[in-house]
Design a protein around this ligand. Sequence first.
Ligand code: 8YV
Length: 312
Amino acid sequence: MKPEILLIEPMMPEVEARLEAAYQVHRLFQERDPKPLLERVGAHIRAIVTGGGSGASNELIEALPALEIIAINGIGTDAVDLERARSRRVRVTTTPEVLTDDVADMAIALMLAVARRLCANDRFVREGRWPGGSVPLGRKVSGKRLGIIGLGRVGRAIARRAEGFGMTIGYTDLRPVEGAGYRYYPTVAEVAREADFLVVAASGGVGSRGIVNAGVLDALGPEGVLVNVARGSVVDEPALVAALSERRVAGAGLDVFAHEPEVPAALREMQQVVLQPHQASATLETRRAMADLVLRNLEAQFAGREPPTAVV
Ligand code: 8YV
């Protein structure tokens, strides 16, 4: 008998096929109303496979009495109550390291795209407006000041890339990161004040909720650009919309949002904003590597071994 697992969001077809080969897969995302499926199979489910943004609610965990492991296909644990998992003796695993480069690449891509108006200018050419006019000048990136919120693996990878652009790098985190070699600022407002580009690379969760608020955006200022490749929850989204529409910040590059997949209509209309549908880790290579880790964690769990990248 194959162990039964619950898939919360779709994965690449080749990955779903690999899951199917080893497990009996139930797809929660295909259900309009999850209740009948959970009533039917809930008692047998031994694993949840989910994304970092989707996680698993406590209500779902409670509906699965045989649950042993929540395998997150991502690094964020903010959508899973780790304490609850611990008390239920449910393992939680993530996919560290393998997505670091891609997320950092996306941060740099968004920074360049906003500053050099890549998407707005692309629309200008595509829509046949070039013969009739010209576009506004962009902003220089090389040599500018970069502020990073959260100098974890992703934050450091962004910093290494920014060094190649000759940027002056500062960061904030809960405490200085030993040997980082970049200037530490104790508060988000202070790093924002000294930055031309402010990149959010901090974990989501209660500790970081809304830390990029109206005051921080004003500290970044009318020439400043905000980039977020972490979690929508870290930014006070209404405050960002207000700051952008009142030109109190110059632009934003956003891969993540407060209520995905909903994106405020105001943001969708702004030319100074570049939007992505949560794609920072979404390359073939990286999604394969992430899936390998998910599969290795499940396999270890069901073989009675320690899952290789367990956080709980
Ligand atoms: C993924 C993420 O897009 O790592 C995370 O926490 O949110 C992203 O890498 C996601 O896990 C897939 O849904």
